[in-house]
Ligand binder design. Structure first.
Ligand code: SF4
Ligand code: SF4
Length: 179
C-alpha cells in the first residue's frame, strides 16, 4: 500500500543564505543543556555547520539516526568544482567519527525538533537564524503511522541497546526526561 501523506511542519535549509555564524549550534546546545540554558557548547549541538571559508560555503547538517555500521565512504560528490566525501554532509552518528556524539558519554545525539511542553513556536535553531537560512514551514510529509513494521524510535532504541547496553541507554533516557 502506498504510504499516505499528511501536513506537518518541517525545517527547510537554504544554504545560499547561511553566513556560518553558528548561532544555531549555540542555541541548540543551550536549549538541550541540563538544566536548560545553563551551558553553550556547540560540540553538544544537534545541528553542525560545515564550513569551507576559502569558498565561503556553509552547510548546516542536522543530526539524524545513530547507525552501528559505518559506511564505506567511497562516494565522492563534486560541488562547484570541489570534491567532498560522503561523510561531509552526513547527519548520522556512526562509529567512524566523533560528530553528533555527546562529548562526555559518547552517546549519539539526534535532533528532536526541540520537543518541549508547551511546544515552541519554532525550533530554537530556526528562531536564532537571522539570515533566514533555516525556516519552519508546513509541507506534505509521509505519514509514518500508515507504514508497516517497527517505528523509527523502536529501531533506534534497539541499535542503541545492542551497542551501549541497557543501563547506559536507561541513564540517557532518564537525562532526556529531566531535560
Ligand atoms: S544560524 Fe543560520 S546562518 Fe547562522 S550558521 Fe546557523 S544556519 Fe547558518
Ligand atoms: S530543531 Fe532543535 S534539536 Fe534540532 S537542531 Fe534545531 S535546535 Fe537542535
Amino acid at each position: 500500500m502506498a504510504p499516505q501523506t499528511k501536513k506537518d511542519k518541517v525545517i527547510k535549509v537554504n544554504t545560499d543564505k547561511c553566513t556560518g555564524c553558528r548561532s544555531c549550534e549555540m542555541a541548540c546546545s543551550a536549549f538541550h543543556a541540563v538544566p536548560k540554558y545553563s551551558l553553550v557548547n556547540p560540540s553538544r549541538s544537534r545541528i553542525r555547520v560545515f564550513v569551507n571559508q576559502q569558498q565561503a560555503e556553509y552547510v548546516p547538517v542536522y543530526a539524524s539516526d545513530y547507525t552501528p555500521a559505518q559506511c564505506n565512504r567511497r562516494q565522492v560528490h563534486t560541488i562547484s568544482g570541489k570534491e567532498y566525501n560522503l561523510c561531509t554532509f552526513c547527519g548520522s552518528s556512526c562509529p567512524s567519527r566523533d560528530l553528533f556524539k555527546e562529548p562526555d558519554s559518547h552517546l549519539p545525539l539526534k535532533c528532536d525538533m526541540c520537543a518541549n511542553e508547551p511546544p515552541l513556536s519554532a525550533p530554537m535553531c530556526v528562531q536564532v537564524c537571522e539570515p533566514g537560512c533555516l525556516t519552519y514551514e508546513e509541507t506534505e510529509v509521509e505519514d509514518k503511522k500508515t507504514l508497516d513494521g517497527p517505528g523509527e524510535m523502536e529501531m533506534g532504541l534497539d541499535s542503541l541497546v545492542r551497542k551501549y547496553g541497557i543501563k547506559k541507554v536507561e541513564a540517557m533516557l532518564d537525562q532526556i526526561a529531566k531535560g
